[in-house]
Structure formats: C-alpha cells, structure tokens
Design a protein around this ligand. Sequence first.
Ligand code: SPV
Ligand code: MG
Length: 671
Amino acid sequence: MKALILNSGLGSRMGVLTDERPKCMTAITSKDTILSRQLRLLADGGIKEVVMTTGAFSGLLVSYCRSLDLPLNITFVKNPVFDKTNYIYSIYCAREYLRDEDIILMHGDLVFENTVFDDVAASEASCMTVSSALDLPEKDFKAVVADGRVQKVGIEFFNDAMAAQPLYKLLKDDWNKWLDAIIAYCESGDEAKKKCYAENALNEIADKNITVLDFEKRLCAEIDTPEDLAVVSAKLKEIGNRTVYMCFSTDMIHSGHIAIIKKAKRLGRLIIGVLSDEAVCSYKRFPLLPFSERKAIFENISGVWKVVEQKELSYKANLEQFRPDYVVHGDDWREGFQKPIRDEVSSVLASYGGQLVEFPYSNDEKYRELENRARSDMSMPDMRRGRLRKAIAMKGIITAIEAHSGLTGLIAENTVVYQDGGARQFDAMWVSSLCDSTAKGKPDIELVDMTSRFRTIDDIMEVTTKPVIFDGDTGGLTEHFVYTVRTLERMGVSMVIIEDKTGLKKNSLFGTEVKQTQASIPDFCEKIRAGKRAQKTADFMICARIESLILEKGMDDALERAFAFTDAGADAVMIHSRKTDPAEIFEFVEKFREKDNETPVVVVPSSFNTVREEEFKERGVNVVIYANQLTRTGFPAMQNAAKLILENHRAKECDDICMPFRDIIRLIPEE
Ligand code: SPV
Ligand code: MG
C-alpha cells in the first residue's frame, strides 16, 4: 500500500505563513509540522512507500522530508504548472507511480488523529472519511451518501450529504478507475479539467465502490487559514495530553504484548500498571520475575510514558488516581472470571467520561508455548525449591493442601475457584505423614520409612509444579536427619517440618490420650543446627514444630521453645493445637510476634477450622496447611461406594456418586 500526499498547492489563504515555505511545513505543535506529523503517522502505521506531489518550494520540501529521517521511501513528483492547475493535474503527473496499487490518498494540509488513520488503513473496502457528528461545512467537501456508499464528492452538495475530508483508502481496482478518469480529464484538451477537483473525475464513475468511514468527533481537518491552524493546534494539545492505561501481569513479553502496546500508545501517553506479585499469584501462577523486574522491563519499552504498580486485580484505585482517557484491554474479559473486574472498570470510566477500548484477544500460540515451558521449568528442583520462601515474602500468607499421591497432587495443583475477578488456588502442597501412612494402610508412627516417603514426593512432583512442604515427623536421629535434609533439598522440596518429639511418635491429634515424649530443647536445637549445616542451598527451609500445646505443657513452654528453635536456626515455627477454639493459637502468635516479626509462623487448622485465612494473616500467621481434608473426604466416599455395591449386588446404584467414564479417562492429560 502506498500513500499519496498532495502538496502542490499554494496555500495562499494562510497569508505570511506560506510566503517562504509550503503550507504543509507549517508548525502545528512544538515538535511537528503538518507534514512531519503525517509522515510520522504513516511510518508508525507501517506504510513504507510515499508518493508526494510538489509545486512551490519543491527543493525545500524535498530536503525537509529527508531531514526528518523517517523509514519511508518518498518519491517526489513536481507539478511543473502547479500555479495554473489543481491537484488533479499533480496526480496526473505522478500517474506512473500510482497505477495498480492500493492507495491512501490525503491532502497535504490535512491533520488527523492517528486512530482515524488506523481505521482508514485497516478498512477492508475503499473508503472516504466523513463525519456524522459535524455540521455540513459551507465551503468544504461534502459527500453525498446512499447505503453507506459515496455517490458524489464536492463542495456544492448539501442534500443527503455528510461533512467529508480528503483522506481516502482506495483499493487497487477502485483506484485504477479513478486514476483513469483523472487521466481522461487531463488529456481531454479542456484546460478547465486540469483546474477542477480530482473528485469531479471521481463523480463521473458510476460504480465507485467507496464506503464511508465515520470519524465522528475525532480530529480530521484541513488547515486552510490561520484560524483553522489555531483550532487544530488547540485540539492537538488536548490530544497530546490524553493518557491511556493498561495493566499487565505477564513476566514474559512477546510480540503479542508489543503489538497491543503499540496500538494503545497511539491513543495517548501510555501508563502501564504492573500487577503486584501478590495480585499475580492470585490471578494465575507464581510470577517468574518479581515485581521490580517486571516493572523495569515495561519501563524500557519504547513509548511507555509511565509505569506504576497496580496493587490489586481491581483497577479502581489506579483509575481514580490517574483518570486515564482510555483503558485498553483484550476483549477476552467480557466473559469469564475477569468480567467483574471489567464491569468495575467500565463503571469507574463512566464516572468521569473515560473510554474502554478493547482489541480482539489473540490467544497467541507463542505465548502458550512460553507458558508451557515456564510451567515445566517450574517443576524442576532448583526452580521449585525457592518458590515457597519467595511466595511467603510476596503474599504474606500462603496456603498448602495435603497431597499423598500423583492424583491428590494434581488436585492441589489444578483446583481453581474464581471469585471477585480473581482466581483462588493453593500455593503449595503438604506431604502429610498421617495421610501418606493412611494411604498405605499404616499407622502414623514413622513406620512408613523415608525411602517410601521420598517415593510419594517423587510421584507428586512428577505431575505438579507447586512447592512441597514435607512432614518430616520427628526428623529421626540427628545423624539420619542430615541425610534426609540433603535428599529433600536435592529433590526440590522447599521446607521440612520436624516436630519436637522423641521416641515412638504418635499423631498429634491423639494429644495426651497416648504416651508421647517431647524432645529436650537442647537436643532439638542440635537437630535443627545439624540440619541447617547439612543443607546446600539458601532456599531450603527447616521448620520447627512445637508440640507443647498438644501435650499440655503450657504457653510459656511453647514460646520458650519457639525462641530457642529460631535461635538455633529454624527458618519457621509451626504451632499446633487440637482444640477447636483458636484462642491458644492466637495467644501464641501474638506473644511470638511481640519479639519476632520475621520468622514465618505455620498453622495446621484441622481442629480450629473456623478461622479464615484473612484473620490468620492479620494475626501474623504466614502458612496455613490444610493437612488431611483430601484423605478424609476421599475415604468415606470410597467406603460408601464399596457398601453400595455390596448392598445392591451390582454397581448401578453407585453410579450417581461416581465420576463419569468420560471424565476419568481424561483426568490425566497426555503430554
Ligand atoms: C500430618 O498431617 O501428618 C500432621 C498434622 O502431622 S497432624 O495430623 O495434625 O498432626
Ligand atoms: Mg504428621
């Protein structure tokens, strides 16, 4: 597609402004002339070839265009009789460069918004720009329109007419017809036909096939007089101050993002909101790059005016602060879980007259590929191990659910609930000793040996990417624990939790109903120290689990242990209770936080299960583990199925509580 710019006119109505230079070189902003702006928009819009007709000050015009140094190949054609003819003759002079091309035709004194140009360039049919929002001008072009098509163009038509501007897109066949009519006019021997508008020749074509492109109130105007110049300059100033807002959660910039950024920045100065790490986690997956790095990437994309943090999925706070003229987004959020966010954006924009611009969402193949690669990278030990520590730092509080097999791992990995425009999912998995033992039909007494426990971890890790917290029971003998630490660390486990018990450990939920012995503080500290010395990376965490409340040893004992264990190097403490009332847990956290505001606190609210995560967070808890719910729901469901079959001597009655065949065979996706 070529652009044809008509610059042969004298521009005599501009007065002194055109005494020494052509009209198109009139300054319209502090950095642009009419021409430099046109050429810049053409280059930005992907045009490479320009044909420009010239007349007066031809040499000056040519050197000016060269000085702009734009990626455009400009062919200059001088109309030798520019002062005795009109632009119809200039087009005639340039005809050899114009045949058999799609053409964007514009007068050299036309100033338009880039979105008007974009619409013209993107039009699939030949079109002329008209406005349904403007009054018919007395002296300028009007287009007679019927059925959305241009019938006639001229200054003399008022009936069924619309205000029109000489900015056209002409597809090759339509343009060839017009060009032939122009040639016929100029070769007719009638001098008057070299002095009329090129549109006079157009009007003679029966089947013009030119649609109308309505620019409504957007800027698209010719500058004929100093008054026009003042109006257009003022409008450009207002356009120059427009701002556009977009929000990004991505940590992988690809060509699709660049394309939408390019489009957005044509609407105004582009403000990019980078979603906080916490919000990204709640929206999709753990960000591969932290907020500061994602922000730096956007700050270095050309044409981005400002980069700000968007703390929440909701745009509200930033829209109210920056009041952008436009918000740009893909149209994918019209449906699905992001719809509430979109609805809120629409209503905030409506409150101050902003506009939502939605571009078609492209489900980019490249992006899916990158995303899949990122996911598989995230499952690798080095990538997985450190993510727990980072997630705690990012979110303040994280949640983990029990997994004891590949299948329960998949549930922990993939279960998502959409709520308030966000996606809720578990951050990590808990490889519980209780559930791992139960799945094997064994008691939770450290009977299932470490080799078997590692096998469970391996099964889970093979099909997931989320961080793993391992229930290490008592950690065993210190001499054994150091090897456990190294193995877990090598596998990519993020945290081992060991409890301060010794001898034959029984599950804590028995409390004092069974004999359980708490380890001495010095012995347990020594185990922690040995474990910390054994680990190779800074990522791996050892969490000390305090059993004082379970064994009814009192709050002071619990706190004394917590501080001793952190002094010994524990990366986190877990406080456990089997009471339904969370009071003692709250008391512990409050007292612990009085002295230690850093060390993560872990809770397992199996009994005190009425407390919501938000409250735990407020009170200073960092990790909430749902330790056994998958096993406890799975077991009765399976038992019920077995009973139904026995009772009915067949499986039919059990079908209602069964997953359909089509779902079970698709439950595990093939690679
Ligand atoms: C487990 O899940 O194995 C635990 C937590 O250690 S609890 O069962 O509450 O002791
Ligand atoms: Mg356990």
